[in-house]
Each structure stands twice: as C-alpha cells, then as structure tokens.
Design a protein around this ligand. Sequence first.
Ligand SMILES: Nc1ncnc2c1ncn2[C@@H]1O[C@H](COP(=O)(O)OP(=O)(O)OP(=O)(O)O)[C@@H](O)[C@H]1O
Ligand SMILES: [Mg+2]
Length: 238
Amino acid sequence: MTKRIVVASGKGGVGKTTVCVGVGRALTALGHRTLLVDFDDLRSLDLVAGVAERVVYDWGDVLLGRCEPQDALNETDGLFVLAGPRSYADITKEQVRDLMRRFDDFDYILMDAPAGVGTGFCLACAAAPRGIVVATADPVSVRSAAIAAEKMQTLGVGYVRLLLNRAAKKDMKKKRLMNIDDAIDGVSAQLLGIIPEDRHIRLREMGGTLLEKHQISTTPFMNVAKRVTGENVPLFFL
Ligand SMILES: Nc1ncnc2c1ncn2[C@@H]1O[C@H](COP(=O)(O)OP(=O)(O)OP(=O)(O)O)[C@@H](O)[C@H]1O
Ligand SMILES: [Mg+2]
C-alpha cells in the first residue's frame, strides 16, 4: 500500500523541499518507488529536484483532464516528481485525495507543503495519514513547527514526526542554536532524524544533484529514509 507523507514546517525556508528531495532520493536508492508532489504555489520542488526544464504538465492539469497522470510525471534517477499548479483556487480536498489515489502504484509519496498553514498545507494534509514537520533549532522555527504539527493532527494527519534540519554541534554547544532536547520538547513530536548543516546542499541545489556519496548529509538522509520504512536506525548525532 502507498504510504503518503506530508512534509510541512510552519516557518518558511527551513528545508521542507530539501528534505523531500533528500529523503526521496534515499528511498529510491533503497529500492522504493517514490514520488514527490509539490503543494507549494511558489513551485520550487521541480527546480530543487533538477527536473524543471522537462516539466510540461503539473498535477493541476491532471485534475482538469488535460493529460493522463503518467504524462505529468518527471523522472530523475528513478525518483519521480509531480510539479504543482500555480493556483489552488477551487481545488477541493476530495479532488486531491482522488488524485493521490491515481498514483497508488508508488510505495511512497512525499508531499512538499508550503510555509504556513494555509490552502496548500491543508490540501496536502487532507491526503496524508503521516507527516514530517521540519524545524531548525531556533525558537521561531520550533514554535511554528509546534503550531503546524498541532494543525496537522487536527486535519487528520495521525502520525507526525520531527526532523531537525541544519543542525550544527558546535553552535548547539555554544548555545547559538537550541539543543536537540529543547527543540523536541518545544515541538512536542517524536524525533525522526537530524540533518546537519551542509554547505553542499546549497551548492548543489541548482543542479538537483542533492545526494552525493561524499556529502555529510547523505548518511543522515539515508538514515531518515530507513526510519520512514520502519527500520530501527540509531541517532548518531546525539
Ligand atoms: N541541511 C542544510 N544545510 C545547508 N543548507 C540547507 C540545508 N537544508 C536546506 N538548506 C538551504 O536552505 C534554503 C531553504 O531550503 P528549502 O527551500 O528546502 O526550504 P523550504 O522550507 O522548502 O522553503 P519554503 O518555505 O520557501 O518552501 C535552501 O537554500 C537550501 O539549500
Ligand atoms: Mg519549499
């Protein structure tokens, strides 16, 4: 059965799209047929995944019957990406649930929510029984992640886990960032994983080649993906 997971955060720019692509690539490397779907009307997922130049249709076109579901899929190294429409006006939760069911030949669908808790966020949550809330270890991000996680649960996302992004041990030790326990307590969600600050993520963003073997974030993304599949992987960062 397809496992659908919404990736949200509250505060913008904390790494939702990066996490979708990093975890998506890792799930694909583990042999799981994986689809990423953009629910952000600012549309960055296809760019970060490196398929932007090939996008012809988005999932709005599928809803309107302008193309078949498979015509809107863009593949990169075995990972599939569905670009999002520019506007969500008049799109209903039922339509999104029906749309997602048309991709039930995938093992995993990661849904990239926009910042905040508005329309795209609510539509993605309506079709996802599980959620990842991404936060960085600072009070603003943690508070907004707590609010987003609470809202996800009220929208029916039964199982929400926290992913701490851009973690830096040195800054945590020197109290320039919150420590991990305080961030977990602040969000009130079980920790799924920690992705370190990795300058290669920014450098490689342009080409969509996010997950290279030598990057410091490669193993953490792989560990998160394994935990998503139910594997018990210890948290090395602590
Ligand atoms: N672990 C990391 N280390 C270094 N840079 C990172 C890391 N994660 C994300 N970034 C950078 O942070 C910026 C924001 O990331 P991203 O676009 O994934 O955030 P977002 O939460 O999806 O943003 P938005 O709310 O606008 O959708 C990007 O430039 C990305 O390269
Ligand atoms: Mg994003």
